[in-house]
Design a protein around this ligand. Structure first.
Ligand SMILES: O=P(O)(O)OC[C@H]1O[C@H](O[C@H]2O[C@H](CO)[C@@H](O)[C@H](O)[C@H]2O)[C@H](O)[C@@H](O)[C@@H]1O
Length: 354
């Protein structure tokens, strides 16, 4: 009841601010929201009653922004971002999932003030190619391929992981799934061969994991495709199956996921044991839930799900789509910039290069 009232209150506040960037207009059981997340676009979004009631438990990170930042006062924020569906919209062709220049500028601005990392299911090189920014950390293959600063590492689960530490300039590459590389390469080849007669299906090699896409395959072929993938996978007891958005993902059966990557990055940044650290994690897919879980367990931070329909999630906040992610990131950078203690990242985070 209290939450519902809080939601109504938030909406009322939003309505009051409608002249500057947003209008909320209830129409029967739909609400039409017109917003201008940036100066050049006005987007009309239909949010149905289900979505609105789902938002009671997952309030918008935009309407909650002021409160979130109030709570963040005196604390250290670190920003973690998923790529597909978060920084770039979901598109049919995975090779064309480009992020906008505006989004790039917003991420760059955020990274000036907060340690910032992208944790993606893509290969690390691919996601870096899309993002094209130097002053951030990259974790590819769902966190199994991390490029981070050289700092002492505490493995979060203490399990036996085959680790490869390779120096790249000042940074270190951390690859806990090295020993699975031959199996991944082999299954990738087999999958490519097995699916080549299914129109629209495609295999994407993400180095420590493989994606089998079916977004462009005919619906009647989805079952056959899944069967083929599963039957090949039976010969690989060290690999496991997962699902994303119109994609099947094959990955090593190790306890290492985006949540571990988040912990690893916090550790290497020297923030793992700080009680006043607030990790912000923004992501849209099932694998992002592992990172949300880590933040929930820490008891501090902001797990934010990106979704335009109600979904099961343990995230505390929500953003509707990448354009809202852009608005949130811009607000975040502006908030830090305008705060009286605004300093560059190397001043705020001694030892973290800017
Ligand atoms: O962790 P992420 O960065 O979100 O990566 C997860 C998967 O994202 C990509 O696939 C998704 O986006 C594609 C482009 O918009 C879309 O065509 C596809 O249907 C989505 O599933 C990526 O291509 C996959 O390899 C990642 O596993």
């Amino acid at each position: 009841m209290f939450k519902r009232n809080l939601w109504k209150f938030n909406q009322a506040m939003v309505f009051q601010r409608s002249s500057c960037w947003r209008k909320v207009r209830p129409i029967c059981d739909h609400s039409t929201i017109e917003r201008a997340p940036n100066s050049s676009h006005t987007i009309t979004i239909e949010k149905d009653a289900n979505y609105s009631s789902w938002m009671v438990d997952h309030p918008s990170a935009l309407t909650s922004f002021d409160q979130m930042m109030k709570d963040a006062k005196g604390k250290k924020i670190a920003v973690f971002l998923d790529y597909d569906g978060t920084l770039s919209p979901i598109v049919d062709d995975p090779d064309r999932a480009f992020m906008s220049d505006e989004m790039r500028a917003a991420v760059k601005e955020v990274a000036k003030y907060f340690p910032t990392a992208i944790i993606s299911g893509r290969s690390r090189d691919k996601v870096k190619e899309f993002v094209q920014l130097n002053d951030i950390y990259y974790a590819g293959s769902h966190g199994m391929d991390i490029m981070a600063p050289p700092r002492p590492v505490r493995s979060s689960d203490g399990n036996h992981l085959t680790v490869s530490l390779e120096r790249k300039g000042n940074d270190v590459v951390f690859q806990p799934a090295q020993k699975f590389l031959p199996a991944i390469q082999k299954i990738s080849k087999e999958l490519k061969e097995a699916i080549k007669k299914i129109p629209g299906a495609r295999v994407e090699d993400n180095i420590f994991c493989v994606s089998v896409h079916f977004r462009q395959a005919r619906e009647e072929d989805h079952g056959t495709l899944k069967e083929k993938v599963k039957s090949i996978l039976e010969h690989y007891p060290d690999l496991r199956f997962g699902c994303g958005k119109k994609v099947m993902e094959i990955r090593p059966s190790i306890e290492w996921n985006k949540g571990n990557a988040l912990e690893y990055l916090l550790d290497t940044l020297g923030l793992g044991n700080c009680i006043n650290v607030l990790p912000v994690y923004i992501g849209d897919d099932t694998t992002d839930e592992d990172a949300f879980k880590v933040i929930q367990k820490r008891g501090q931070g902001y797990p934010i799900v990106v979704t335009s329909s109600p979904k099961d999630t343990i995230a505390s906040y929500s953003l509707y789509d990448p354009s809202e992610v852009l608005t949130f990131l811009s607000h975040l950078a502006r908030w830090r910039k305008s705060s009286s203690s605004s300093r560059s990242i190397s001043q705020v985070w001694p030892g973290v290069s800017s």
